[in-house]
Design a protein around this ligand. Structure first.
Ligand code: GDD
Ligand code: MG
Length: 331
């Protein structure tokens, strides 16, 4: 089975971390997010991945110069312009010559979803496409997907107004597609799978879904990206990287500290992500926040409340950042 993985978005919600790095190359437990998703697909029998790229394709090619990611052969489909989710899937699948049942996935999703079970379910119905669903507390940020008792999708409502979602089951961003889905996607213009293709298929009665309560997170916001990292804090690959330095008088608790990062005497880091080469100086305090690569938190500063400090950015001595992005993203 081949999979198209979407990695071409701008990662706007994770700025400034994504100013120069595509979202899917940001680390989760010290490895680019995309390696977790591709590795998971490989575990379920995917033998080749087509990365559907727009924004900064060179960054992927530089990270995987030998054309493999998590041990899986990857090929690159680079859009001439952002084609939105369906346009991107169509472009990549045609580029790779896909003409049989295939998987398509959002590249910012981390999950333990049983992909084999999803494929199996797809095959037992007459579905043209089957989408994985997960239950969330706040569905308005996602694609909301009511189904009948047989799993047939009744309608697909992308990001409904808050309080208007008909169910808490949402699109989990992993799809099994018959190649006929490609005939629904016009070439050469931006098309949204969520706003155009899925609603049309739901109206035709050819779209099915399968819910599961497997671990699932869309790591596309500061809160969820931090949560994805903290989820793996006790994993052998998570926590403090062997090439980080934490002074014995510093206090690090429930946090991920990247390679080359330094936590100086008397500093404290709680429930936070400190990326590679960042420095937390004497008596500084970091709590529930993300410190970008090579950022510098000066002595006595405090960074709390889901603040995000960008790559190479300094927080001056004695400053207090609470729920702040630095630098403030434009627009
Ligand atoms: N190649 C390409 N081109 N990729 C794109 C483009 C594009 O024009 N636009 C977005 N992407 C990629 C993003 O990089 C990401 O991996 C994926 O498509 C989904 O885009 P997001 O921007 O992360 O969407 P979302 O999180 O708001 O919503 C989507 O995911 C939710 C679950 O994770 C939707 O599919 C929702 O329905 C879904 O519930
Ligand atoms: Mg997302």
């Amino acid at each position: 089975m081949r999979a198209v993985v979407l990695v071409g978005g701008f990662g706007t919600r994770l700025r400034p971390l994504t100013d120069a790095t595509p979202k899917q190359l940001l680390p989760v437990a010290h490895r680019p997010m995309i390696e977790h998703s591709v590795g998971h697909l490989a575990h379920h029998g995917v033998t080749e991945v087509v990365l559907s790229m727009g924004f900064r394709p060179d960054a992927f090619k530089a990270t995987y110069p030998d054309g493999t990611c998590a041990g899986v052969p990857v090929c690159y489909a680079v859009e001439p312009e952002p084609l939105d989710t369906a346009g991107a899937i169509g472009f990549a699948a045609r580029d790779a010559g896909i003409d049989e049942t295939f998987l398509a996935c959002n590249g910012d999703v981390l999950t333990d979803l049983d992909v084999d079970a999803l494929i199996e379910r797809h095959r037992t119905t007459s579905a043209e496409a089957t989408i994985a669903l997960t239950s969330v507390d706040h569905p308005a940020r996602y694609g909301v997907v009511p189904t009948d008792d047989n799993g047939r999708v009744l309608s697909f409502v992308e990001k409904p107004p808050v309080g208007k979602a008909p169910t808490n089951l949402v699109n989990a961003g992993t799809y099994v597609f018959e190649p006929s889905v490609l005939d629904r996607i016009p070439a050469g213009r931006p098309t949204s799978v969520e706003r155009e293709i899925f609603p049309a298929m739901a109206a035709d009665g050819t779209l099915f879904a399968m819910a599961s309560d497997d671990y699932w997170v869309d790591a596309g916001t500061p809160a969820s990206y931090l949560a994805a990292n903290l989820h793996l804090v006790d994993h052998p690959e998570g926590g403090t990287h062997p090439e980080a330095y934490v002074d014995p008088t510093a206090r690090v608790c429930g946090s991920v500290i990247g390679p080359g990062a330094v936590v100086a005497p008397g500093a404290s880091v709680d429930a936070s992500l400190v990326l590679d080469g960042a420095t937390i100086r004497e008596n500084a305090r970091v709590e529930g926040s993300i410190i970008g690569p090579k950022a510098n938190i000066a002595a006595g500063a405090s960074v709390t409340g889901l603040s995000v400090v960008g790559p190479g950015t300094t927080v001056e001595s004695g400053e207090r950042l609470d729920g702040i992005r630095r630098p403030e993203p434009e627009g």
